[in-house]
Design a protein around this ligand. Structure first.
Ligand code: LMR
Length: 394
């Protein structure tokens, strides 16, 4: 059996994580995987999370099965967080999923069942796992123009032109906020134009909302998902609690569908549950229960929101500090766009030889497309990174 295999490609984000761990140079700068880090380079457990966990430890009475949809109160709270009251609740169904990745996978399986011949469109570039996942599910994957590395901005006119040419056999995967890997986001006006295009063509909107609260705030980051849900009859939404609750390893996500009416919502939900049961039966509960407790308790929710807001503002400050530090050294505005980007990532637009040089000479690690994780920086690392980038690009 196994002699028939050739080696599968490694995921580049996790391969880089292993490479960084194996580098014992002091002062290495890890700008790789999308994990929030404080000034000391640690990824702390949020205090609201700790408190919710203590409550679970004290009061949990059973570890019995919870059911195929997982923690229903969690999913209800997650729908509230993403959509608020933008969509009538009776048209929305949600299932807890193992992380945002699990939610994407469940929804891709669902959309494949719904339209086996559909083409799935992703932004150019996109999160490196979108395409392999969609291809594993059996989709043909194509890209729509998205990012211009020269300007650091969204190529919106070209994006819209491509979207305008799609039809009912197309699914468009959109990043709800904090675009990964570029950090360049759609403005509310651009979202409205995308919605008008989808309305006209009948292409199906599929939103990956993995970073709500990391860009311009919990409410502002949900503009796109709420506007799409409020106008279009059918939408699929994958959300994640990895980043905004810091629950990376607990694998907490939610797969949501918005349907035309109650009957179709119920049928779509039954298909979603069928997919889950035949894949992993039901999702793990611990992380979802933490999130449920936080979102249902006013005091804990306020504490969590304050912690999230502190992380967000620190990332915005890091962006400004890095852009300033590079400008001071280079006397150019070439990297000013970093301050305009939002979320955890920015795509610097550096060529491969520069990325390699930064790694070998400065122990600065970023993805091979020059995506950096802005949350991996602290004040001292920002200055060293600016020195290294300016030297390597001279
Ligand atoms: C990332 O893009 O680095 C994160 O979303 C982690 C992952 O699973 O790829």
């Amino acid at each position: 059996m196994f002699e028939t295999f050739s080696k599968a490609p490694q995921d580049k984000i996790f391969a880089l994580m292993a490479e960084i761990a194996a580098d014992d140079r002091p002062g290495k700068i890890d700008l790789g995987i999308g994990v929030y880090k404080d000034d000391e380079g640690n990824t702390p457990i949020m205090s609201a999370v700790k408190k919710a966990e203590e409550r679970i430890l004290k009061s949990a009475k059973t570890k019995s099965y919870i059911g195929v949809a997982g923690n229903k109160a969690f999913s209800k709270a997650m729908v509230g967080l993403a959509l608020d009251d933008a969509v009538p609740a009776d048209r929305v169904r949600a299932a807890q999923a193992p992380g945002g990745t699990g939610a994407l996978w469940v929804l891709m399986q669902l959309l494949k069942r719904g339209n086996p011949d559909a083409t799935l469109w992703v932004s150019d570039p996109t999160w490196p796992n979108h395409k392999p996942m969609a291809e594993n599910v059996g989709f043909t994957v194509k890209t729509y123009p998205y990012f211009d590395p020269e300007t650091g901005k969204v190529r919106f006119e070209e994006m819209l032109k491509t979207l305008d040419g799609l039809g009912t056999n197309d699914i468009v995967l959109l990043h709800g906020c904090c675009h990964n890997p570029t950090g360049a986001n759609l403005t509310p006006e651009q979202w409205d134009q995308v919605i008008a295009s989808l309305q006209k063509t009948g292409a199906f909107p599929f939103i990956d909302l993995a970073y709500q609260g990391f860009g311009d705030g919990l409410e502002a980051d949900s503009y796109g998902v709420r506007a799409v849900g409020g106008v279009l009859p059918e939408v699929a939404i994958a959300t994640s609690c990895s980043k905004n609750f810091g629950l990376y390893r607990e694998r907490v996500g939610c797969a949501m569908v918005i349907a035309r009416d109650v009957a179709q919502a119920d049928t779509a939900n039954s298909q979603m549950l069928n997919i889950i049961r035949s894949a992993y039966s039901q999702p793990p509960d611990h992380g979802a229960e933490i999130v449920r407790i936080i979102l249902e308790d006013e005091e804990l929710k306020a504490e969590w929101k304050a912690e999230l807001e502190a992380m967000r503002t620190r990332m915005v400050e890091n962006r400004q500090k890095l852009a300033d530090a590079i400008r001071t050294r280079s006397n150019s505005s070439d990297f000013d766009f970093v301050a305009e980007h939002r979320g955890m990532f920015s795509l610097l637009g550096l060529p491969k030889p520069v990325i390699d040089r930064l790694k070998t000479e400065n122990a600065v690690y970023m993805l091979d497309d020059s995506r950096i994780n802005i949350a991996g920086l602290g004040d001292e690392r920002i200055q060293r990174l600016a020195d290294a980038i300016v030297n390597a690009t001279r």
